[in-house]
Design a protein around this ligand. Sequence first.
Ligand code: NAP
Length: 500
Amino acid sequence: MLQHYNNYINGKWVSASSGKRFKSINPADTRKVIGEFPASDKKDVDNAVAAAKKAFEHWRLVPAPKRGEFLFKAAKILEERKEMIGDLVCKEMGKVRHESHGDVQEAIDMGYYMAGEGRRLFGDTVHSELPQKDIKTIRVPLGVFGLITPWNFPTAIPAWKIFPALICGNTVVFKPPSYTPASACELVKCFHDAGIPPGVLNMVHGSGGVVGETIITHPHINGISFTGSSTTGKRIAEACAPRFIKHSLEMGGKNGIIIMDDADLDLAVDGCVWAGFGTTGQRCTAGSRVIVHKKVYDAFLKKFVTAVKKLRLGNGMDKNTDVGPLISAESVEKVKRYMTIARENDKVAILCGGKIPSDPKLKHGYFFQPTILINVQSHHRVAQEEIFGPVVAVLKANDLNEAITIANDVQYGLSSAIFTKDLRNAHLAARELQTGIVYINASTIGAEIHTPFGGIKNTGNGHREAGGQGGALETYTEIKVINVDYSGKIQKAQGIEWGK
Ligand code: NAP
């Protein structure tokens, strides 16, 4: 029986006004359809925005700790359903089962964390330069937030946006990605079952070109939070600029891992395998470039290729699988295209992988062999462009300075790592690497939800997601300064004696 999912507008599950539908399928076995979803258009977005706009008038006045109680309940329901939703993420997105469950766990963690923020949401109390005057700052919501997410974290990334947007008092119109809409529905159901008031959270399925475009250009949307490619992010920035609305953009990555000559090579290999091939390389923080000190280049490569050749491709639901499928036929084509670029344009060698696997058991899925490219130089396209697949480019460096220069020589700036036993190398790298996140003796992936997450250069536009200093609360609130003067006089700052 094909499962039918719907939009969620004003507290009700509704189909698209056009009645049209699209399907999502299992990328490990494309014969398996996950479900059918409304192919929405402008009218559906208009309905969702109108519901969110109306709900904002009441939601913004619900005390934040009370808002937190709704979010806590939603997180608890999500936790109770973790097994079921985790398996769905595995089937719909393709990442291996324990990673899929980790995706849901990240959403749960964010739910509990942001629910707690309802009892904080602190502002400042500030001493005035004038007598008998108090100043305080408070956080106020913006209004209706449009949230647009990618498919590679089907529950975690929506949760990273929905929970903080709501705790701050905004209402939401959420557009899930077209490849993983069922996982998004299960997340939204948790809010519905937690009793979130109608209109506070709305979800509209459909394409980026129609539903996404309508959201980013809608006159009653007050802010956008987007995670996805830099190309789409640029379009969103252009759409938001004429109305000067806030837009938080989290975009691509081409993350470098430096292996120094004093590194623990076994540890470094473990870190590079996880960074390069976890989630089939489809993470914004994937370690897609490894920059190795010339003295340990051969030794590292030998261990690295041995480990990568052991990785088992397969359906993520199979416990023996290490690497699942890519998301789509287009992704397989893209990775294949980069193999041609590697051979013909960049003229680099493919040390292992480089092909669609021949195993007949995998013929119904979007699989590609874990691939290592060697003799890569920094200007090569395979070292510059985000491939978003199981492909790692290995580069050689003469010393730490050159390794850092190579690591920084890309348009992106999300995550980076260094493996070294030398404290000086570690600290110098941490200071010089141009990324939002740096790891010492760890992989480039695995951010924790209570630390600010995001990048610089073409990865981000200055906002951060998740918790901590400069994190999501900054995105989803404006600061209002409230001045209370109890002197009974019109006092003037800066010593002005006007009218005397
Ligand atoms: P994408 O093609 O940019 O799509 C992301 C979302 O934007 C999808 O929901 C998509 O809808 C929608 N969209 C597409 N065109 C739009 C438009 N004109 N207006 C509004 N929305 C539009 O990216 P993706 O392929 O899903 O995700 C992979 C990318 O995300 C990679 O570059 C990866 O590095 C990045 N990423 C970044 C982070 C981070 O935190 N920095 C985290 C994860 C992923 P459809 O699905 O309907 O096309």
